[in-house]
Design a protein. Structure first.
Length: 54
């Protein structure tokens, strides 16, 4: 469950960084993609992200 929340938080951060309004449909597509990425092991851990952005 924590990893899903991390994925959602990363997606949310990406969404906020775009500084534009997107449709509900686009948001749902992004959520679906994030869930698929997580299922297929395509994600970074918090430690990996911290190393990258320090």
């Amino acid at each position: 469950m924590k990893s899903i929340k991390k994925t959602i938080n990363i997606t949310e951060a990406k969404f906020r960084s775009t500084e534009k309004t997107i449709s509900i449909e686009e948001l749902n597509k992004r959520i679906t993609k994030s869930e698929e990425d997580f299922k297929n092991g395509r994600y970074k851990t918090t430690s990996q992200l911290l190393k990258k952005y320090k």
